[in-house]
Design a protein around this ligand. Structure first.
Ligand SMILES: Nc1ncnc2c1ncn2[C@@H]1O[C@H](COP(=O)(O)OP(=O)(O)OP(=O)(O)O)[C@@H](O)[C@H]1O
Length: 653
């Protein structure tokens, strides 16, 4: 946005022949302090009635207005030097501001948002600002306003468009369901009734789009959302866009109130106004419909600033109101992975050491753990990436290209289990076919085996042990009339069943290697079929879904899909897989984009700045081993034999 006042300009442009309605007068206009001379630039804050952004009375600016004054904002002065008001509750859903490139439409869009923020509290109006990657200057200081619900430039990042469109669609659904909860179809009626209810307030939401046609080129998928916004009914959402061209999507035609500023092209002027007057307009002049006016500006240098370093009034206004009101509901949160990765304990309650549970978090069985965070743009939230081994995730497949973070995801899952359950409650049996990544788990008191592929005897022993456990449980469940693992766990707490109700986890890291062991795939499949209902769970990893046998693919309803070599092979959604950043630890879980925590303590991770400079340290495996040692040393309960790693007298579970 060009700083400084506009050049001196001639008098008003001629009025077109079409008649225009008299402008309504807002309460705010009655407190204008100084009336600018025709040639003086018009300060938005003076026009809006709040005056000097350094001096206005914070307690007064957002006083509730009469119904007929609400959502009317001044945008400039008409030919009689009277404030010209834009009525956002008027009949049209959208307002389009047109000008040639750099001829003031983005600037007016920015100024109008500040005019709104100066006259309406964040409880009354919120903004979502979107644009192409060159739009950032148009949103200067908007992010500091408590009215800002989201600011999103759509650039090279494939997920940005999806996140903003999903967030808006979620907002449409949320508003529609709030309205229907009050059996009303009008947002203004909702606003009237809501204070007497427990329901959320519903501020007007202005979707501000900078350079609409450029934006739609960068974000073609947004067109569909635009269509929905325009046809959604009276949900209190208004579109405010700037455009350098008269060409617009069909569904906008006739749906917007038109502000036309200077154009160099007579043809565009003809298309918009039916004459070539926009081509004769001086900068800073325009038409609202047929009404000529001079535009107000929020970016005039404040008199207190030095001419060498002019500080625009909007910045001072934003600084004053920042944090001065409850901020708008944030509709787009920072994308996953924007911040530094978290450690395995980040989602856990405080870790302590106790005599009966060792080192870990005090949480109850049954086994379910949070191993990361997922983005839920439709609900405007981020949720824990939670694996529930009592349900769908009892059979879990972790699939992704080499280096996408599969082994790390397994480590984090098992470390999270080890920090939330004792070795009596959960036990791990790992076939470490994918390299040495799982070896640090060997010293966990929860691990019965971490068997490498070359140790055929150990691999066989792992399977034989689980098979006999399964067979024993099948008989035990029948004789004791146990109908579920929940029942099993409950009965364990109450009586001696002659069978430990431990949840066993068979982990097969790098599935294709099973084919090096004749008969192994069938044995694992049998455990996968019958195990979960008897507390025996399966975690498998593979580079591709096609590496898993069809039956196993169908059985594994728990799925973590990391970045695939070919996203078209996704079992979740190809577009979602294509949008996933090609960075280790980014995944899809239940259709949502998430990131997986690292298998080390949060305190052991570098600070954000260290991470920016040096990336992840090389000694993460050492830190995982240190955490394992800490858990091991703190465990004072019974120990069972560990295959290939005998350390303590056995009590075999
Ligand atoms: N959740 C994560 N967050 C940050 N970095 C990660 C994460 N997971 C893995 N990484 C990084 O990516 C590297 C590869 O991870 P990992 O060995 O787990 O991948 P993989 O898919 O098992 O690879 P392969 O198929 O080659 O065995 C690790 O060294 C680690 O630095």
């Amino acid at each position: 946005m060009p700083p400084g006042p506009p050049p001196a300009r001639p008098s008003m442009p001629p009025r077109p022949t079409a008649p225009s309605p008299p402008p309504p007068v807002a309460e705010a206009t009655q407190v204008i302090r100084t009336e600018p001379k025709p040639e003086e630039p018009i300060d938005m804050f003076a026009l809006a009635g709040i005056g000097d952004p350094l001096r206005f009375d914070l307690s007064k600016i957002w006083q509730p207005r009469d119904v007929d004054q609400r959502y009317r904002v001044p945008i400039g002065l008409d030919e009689n030097q009277q404030p010209l008001l834009l009525d956002l509750l008027g009949s049209k859903t959208a307002v389009g501001i047109f000008s040639g490139a750099e001829q003031g439409s983005s600037q007016l869009l920015h100024s109008i948002l500040f005019g709104m923020a100066a006259t309406h509290s964040p409880a009354e109006i919120n903004f979502i600002c979107v644009g192409d990657s060159y739009s950032d200057p148009t949103w200067n200081s908007i992010g500091d306003l408590p009215h800002a619900a989201a600011i999103q430039a759509i650039g090279a990042n494939a997920s940005d468009e999806h996140r903003i469109t999903t967030a808006l669609e979620g907002e449409l659904e949320r508003r529609a369901s709030l309205l229907s909860a009050l059996s009303t179809q009008k947002f203004t009626d909702y606003q009237m009734i809501q204070p007497q209810t427990q329901l959320d307030p519903m501020p007007m939401l202005v979707v501000a789009i900078n350079r609409l046609s450029h934006f739609l080129e960068a974000a073609p998928g947004f067109d569909q959302t635009l269509r929905r916004l325009m046809s959604a009914g009276d949900l209190g959402i208004r579109l405010l866009f700037s455009s350098y061209t008269s060409k617009l999507p069909d569904h906008l035609i006739g749906m917007f109130e038109q502000v036309v500023l200077k154009f160099l092209s007579k043809r565009t002027s003809q298309a918009l106004l039916g004459n070539d007057r926009a081509a004769q307009l001086p900068l800073g002049h325009g038409y609202l419909g047929a009404q000529p006016f001079r535009t107000a500006r929020a970016d005039l240098p404040h008199p207190s600033s030095s001419p060498d370093y002019p500080v625009p009034a909007y910045k001072l206004f934003a600084d004053r109101v920042r944090n001065q009101a409850r901020p708008a509901r944030q509709l787009v949160l920072p994308p996953p992975g924007q911040e530094q990765p978290s450690g395995v304990d980040a989602p856990l309650p405080r870790l302590t050491t106790s005599e009966d549970r060792g080192f870990g978090a005090e949480t109850a069985s049954p086994p379910a753990v949070t191993i990361g965070t997922v983005d839920n743009p439709r609900e405007h939230r981020q949720d824990p990436l939670r694996l529930d081994f009592t349900g769908a995730e009892s059979r879990l497949a972790i699939v992704g290209r080499p280096g996408s973070g599969k082994t790390t995801a397994v480590l984090t899952t098992l470390m999270a289990l080890a920090l939330t359950s004792t070795p009596t409650e959960v036990r791990f049996h790992c076939l470490a076919f994918g390299g040495n990544g799982l070896l640090p788990l060997r010293n966990l008191p929860h691990s019965r085996a971490v068997a490498p592929s070359f140790d055929r005897e150990q691999v066989d022993q792992v399977l034989a042990h689980l098979e006999s456990t399964l067979d024993r449980r099948i008989r035990c469940f029948a004789s004791e009339e146990i109908d579920s693992t929940a029942d099993f766990r409950r009965r364990r707490a109450e009586a001696d069943l002659g069978e430990e109700a431990t949840d066993h986890f068979l982990v097969v890291d790098e599935w294709p290697e099973v084919h090096q062991h004749p008969g192994l795939a069938d044995r694992v499949l049998r455990l996968a079929r019958r195990g979960p209902e008897h507390g025996i769970h399966l975690v498998v990893t593979a580079n591709r879904w096609d590496d898993l046998p069809r039956e196993l693919r169908e059985l594994t309803r728990g799925r973590i899909e990391l970045r695939l070599t070919d996203p078209r092979e996704s079992l979740v959604s190809t577009p979602a897989a294509e949008r996933l950043p090609d960075e280790a630890g980014h995944c899809l879980h239940r259709g949502l984009w998430g990131t997986i925590n690292l298998p080390v303590l949060d305190d052991d991770l570098p600070s954000y700045f260290e991470l920016l400079e040096h990336g992840l340290p090389d000694d993460l495996p050492a830190k995982t081993r240190a955490l394992v040692t800490r858990i091991d040393e703190s465990w004072q309960g019974p120990r069972f034999s560990q295959l290939g790693h005998e350390r303590t007298p056995a009590d075999d579970g």
